[in-house]
Every structure is written in structure tokens, then in C-alpha cells.
Design a protein around this ligand. Structure first.
Ligand code: C2E
Ligand code: CA
Ligand code: CA
Ligand code: CA
Length: 271
């Protein structure tokens, strides 16, 4: 039997209520998770494509929820941003990443993601400075990844912050490059050291000359500007070979490494 219109509306309201409870619960749990530190970091290796040497690792956060299991950052970072707890969470991540990096036998670079909200929080420069001092990490090993969206509202403010951060000796990467609507302006206006070309551009390079030309263009621009270019999302040998032909750059993708706990990365441990 078909539900009446009235019944359908009730069902819909129940559904909405359940969604709402779920979201409320998640928000509540997230605040608690920051207090209780239920997070861990996994690391994805970045490889220099011509030499196959390790360039660095990117720290990626995971939430070990007590009943729901591991939750992906794609699901909770946006909520943390809306709630504002991203500032505290981001600091926790930065401190842990820097602390862990000082224990590795090989002094590779470590890239840490910064939310736009975190970058524009009042004490970001002091926070990074404090963490570097506290952990003793060589600032040259720390790369902070920001996205193009940071420049949307307050370009001058952001430029100032990035200058101050770079004055500490850390480097800045533009993450997910090419997914914003002002990528060229970002290259012109923002002080940075590394371009991370978004994985969306890489997907078709081995089969589409247009896709390949775009990737090549970004690599060439980066090299002309004297920047490091990291190509994200390399999943197949065909993609790898096509990137190799384009020159001396860095790749990051499942073909070479999945994100794993630092303890699983042999090159970081004493043998
Ligand atoms: P992102 O910064 O662009 O990080 C790269 C994401 O791409 C990671 O997903 C990584 O596992 C995935 N990836 C790497 N190689 C490949 C590949 O070959 N193919 C495909 N399909 N994916 C690949 P993850 O760890 O789920 O993180 C998702 C996003 O969550 C990140 O995207 C970043 O925006 C955010 N995030 C992760 N950790 C943090 C953090 O500590 N702080 C902040 N603010 N955001 C974070
Ligand atoms: Ca990133
Ligand atoms: Ca990215
Ligand atoms: Ca991203």
C-alpha cells in the first residue's frame, strides 16, 4: 500500500530529525574528541619522480571514534571548521606532526594541512613559532599546505601572514591547485614555495592529450618560477610514465604509497 501524502511528510520529518540528531551527536562527539585527543596521524610519502628518492611526507589526520570506528577527515574537518574547533584541532595536529618528525632517522620534509580558518585565526604565526621552538623541529623541514580559497576574502591579510610564516623558515604549498577559480592570480599574488596540482588533473593524463597538456603547463610554470611542483593522485604506471617525461618533479599517490602510520615507514626508523 502506498503511504498517504500525510504519512510521507511524517516519514520525511522523521528522516530529517534522525539526520539532525546524527549531526548534533557528531558535533558533540567532535568537541569531546578534541578534548580527549582521539586523533592519529598517518603519512603519505612523496617521491621525486626521476630519482625515486623520498621528498617528504604529508600528514593526514584520522579520527578514531570510540563507537563509529575510523572517520575520514573529509567527513569531520568541515564540521570542525563550522564549529570553530578546527583551530584547536589544527594546533594539536601541527604539534603532533612536528614532534613525531623529530624522532625520524631521515630528516625528510613534513607537510601539514592548514585550514583557511586556522590560517586566519589571530595567533597562527605565534602558534607555529611556539610549536617549532617546543619540538625543536628544523623549520626548513616544515611545509604548510593551504588552499587557493584562502585568498578569497582578505588577500592582503593572508599575504602578510604567509610572509611572517616564511620568515620563520617554513615553506608554503598551495594545495589542490587548479580547483579554484583564480589559480593564476594566486600564483601571482601569494608568496609560496610549492604547487600541489590537484588529482582531478592527473586522472586522464595517460589517455587525454588535453589533460596532459594542462599538467605540463602547470609543471612548466612552476619550474619557471623556481617552485617545487607536486603532482597528486598518481594511481597507475601509465600516469607515472607520462609525468616522468615532463621533468624533475615530485609525485604523491596510491601507486607509490598509501597513507600509513609512521611506524610502518621503514625509511623513518633506525635499522
Ligand atoms: P588533501 O590535503 O588533498 O590530501 C590528499 C588526499 O588524497 C588524502 O585523503 C589522500 O589519502 C588522498 N590521496 C592520496 N593519493 C591518492 C591517489 O592516488 N588517489 C586518490 N583517489 N586519492 C589519493 P584523506 O587523507 O582522506 O584527506 C582528505 C582531505 O581532508 C585532505 O585532502 C584535506 O583537505 C583534509 N585533511 C586531511 N588531514 C587534514 C589535517 O590534518 N588538517 C586539515 N585542515 N585538513 C586535513
Ligand atoms: Ca593536502
Ligand atoms: Ca590536495
Ligand atoms: Ca583538499
Amino acid at each position: 500500500a502506498k503511504a498517504s501524502a500525510q504519512e510521507r511528510i511524517c516519514l520525511f520529518e522523521d528522516y530529517m530529525q534522525a539526520e539532525f540528531d546524527d549531526r548534533q551527536e557528531l558535533e558533540h562527539d567532535l568537541r569531546l574528541a578534541v578534548e580527549r585527543d582521539q586523533f592519529e596521524l598517518v603519512y603519505q610519502t612523496q617521491i621525486e619522480v626521476t630519482t625515486l628518492a623520498v621528498h617528504g611526507v604529508e600528514a593526514l589526520v584520522r579520527w578514531n571514534h570510540p563507537t563509529r570506528g575510523q572517520i575520514s577527515p573529509a567527513a569531520f574537518i568541515p564540521i570542525a571548521e563550522e564549529l570553530g574547533v578546527i583551530v584547536e584541532l589544527g594546533e594539536l595536529i601541527l604539534r603532533r606532526a612536528c614532534r613525531e618528525a623529530t624522532t625520524w632517522v631521515k630528516p625528510v620534509k613534513i607537510a601539514v594541512n592548514l585550514s583557511p580558518i586556522q590560517l586566519q585565526a589571530p595567533r597562527i604565526v605565534e602558534t607555529v613559532m611556539d610549536v617549532l621552538k617546543e619540538t625543536g623541529l628544523d623549520p626548513a623541514r616544515l611545509e604548510l599546505e593551504i588552499t587557493e580559497t584562502v585568498v578569497l576574502n582578505d588577500r592582503n591579510g593572508v599575504v602578510h601572514i604567509l610572509d611572517d610564516l616564511r620568515a620563520l623558515g617554513v615553506t608554503i604549498a598551495i594545495d589542490d591547485f587548479g580547483t579554484g577559480y583564480s589559480s593564476l592570480a594566486v600564483l601571482r599574488d601569494i608568496p609560496f614555495d610549492t604547487i600541489k596540482l590537484d588529482k582531478a588533473f592527473v586522472r586522464d593524463i595517460a589517455v587525454s592529450p588535453e589533460a596532459e597538456a594542462l599538467v605540463k603547463l602547470v609543471i612548466d610554470v612552476g619550474m619557471h618560477l623556481g617552485k617545487t611542483v607536486i603532482v597528486e593522485g598518481i594511481e597507475t604506471e601509465a600516469q607515472h610514465q607520462s609525468i616522468r617525461r615532463m621533468g624533475g618533479i615530485v609525485t604523491q599517490g596510491f601507486l607509490f604509497a598509501r597513507p600509513v602510520a609512521a611506524s610502518q615507514l621503514g625509511f623513518l626508523r633506525a635499522s
